[in-house]
Design a binder for this molecule. Structure first.
Ligand code: DGL
Length: 267
């Protein structure tokens, strides 16, 4: 199976794109809703939580896991790839959302002035900035942490006028810096992509990781038959969460664009 992990249900926007481009595979989604947010936690805790999730998904039969969470990709992916996998699951793979997003942003940016909005943790890790510079040393990067957006989206307040005001305030420095491309560096933010596009203007390219990661996954599987051949193809989907409330269910449907039947699990 292909495992898709997020700190909550935001990663469903990534899974949704996988299902569109690669519907033949079996998917197991895990949202750590009991411990969201990851965006305000220390590196050590994000690594520990993400390792637990990855371990859980491997034990349930996943062979490839996508961290559909920018905070986990920024803070835990490298440690998992370099220290955890070689010892525990040398034949399996864990991939993230940062690199596909960065590659797409650079491809679409004309003047190489790129803005990033993300959680506090992702911004503090400077992962986007570092990865962008590795591929394009001359790139200008303007980062903005948006700590209020995840709680507002989680509270179902994406259409509230207060959210629009807060968003406007967060986007102001990026507009001032005249970025030509804006990375939505947190899976939750795609819910606000219409409002973000309207505030930034038509000239600015908005990069959402869902579609971008799905396109890169198609390419990855074509280039890695040793991983692709491990994946089962019955078109099944299972949605797991570490906590479930009626609000989470509503949120899952919002992210997925259709009702989601989630099972509660303990990691
Ligand atoms: N899923 C997280 C991300 O993409 C956002 C929510 C959180 O803070 O855990 O960064």
């Amino acid at each position: 199976m292909i495992g898709v992990f997020d700190s909550g249900f935001g990663g469903l926007v990534v899974l949704r794109e996988f299902l569109r481009l690669l519907p033949q595979y079996d998917y197991l989604y895990l949202g750590d809703n009991a411990r969201i947010p990851y965006g305000t936690r220390s590196d050590r805790v994000v690594v520990r939580f993400t390792e637990q999730a990855v371990d859980f998904l491997f034990r349930l039969g996943c062979h490839l896991i996508i961290l559909a969470c920018h905070t986990a990709s920024a803070k835990a992916l490298r440690t998992i790839q370099q220290r955890y996998l070689p010892v525990h699951y040398p034949r399996y793979r864990v991939l993230g959302v940062t690199i596909p997003t960065v590659e797409e942003a650079l491809a679409r940016s004309r003047r190489k002035r790129i803005g990033v909005i993300a959680t506090e943790g992702t911004v503090a890790s400077r992962s986007f900035e570092l990865e962008l510079r590795k591929l394009e040393p001359a790139v200008e990067v303007v980062q903005q942490a948006c700590p209020l957006l995840v709680p507002l989206i989680e509270a179902g307040e994406q259409d509230w006028e207060g959210t629009a005001l807060i968003l406007e305030r967060y986007l102001q420095p990026l507009k001032k810096a005249e970025v030509d491309t804006l990375i939505l560096g947190c899976t939750h933010y795609s819910i606000l992509s219409g409002q973000i596009k309207a505030l930034m203007g038509d000239e600015v390219e908005i990069i959402c990781s869902g579609q971008v990661t799905a396109v890169k996954l198609v390419d990855y599987l074509a280039r890695h038959p040793e991983i692709e051949s491990l994946l089962s193809r019955d078109g099944s989907r299972r949605y797991l969460t570490t906590d479930l409330t009626p609000r989470f269910q509503a949120l899952a449907s919002l992210f997925m664009g259709q009702p989601v039947d989630s099972e509660v699990v303990e990691l």
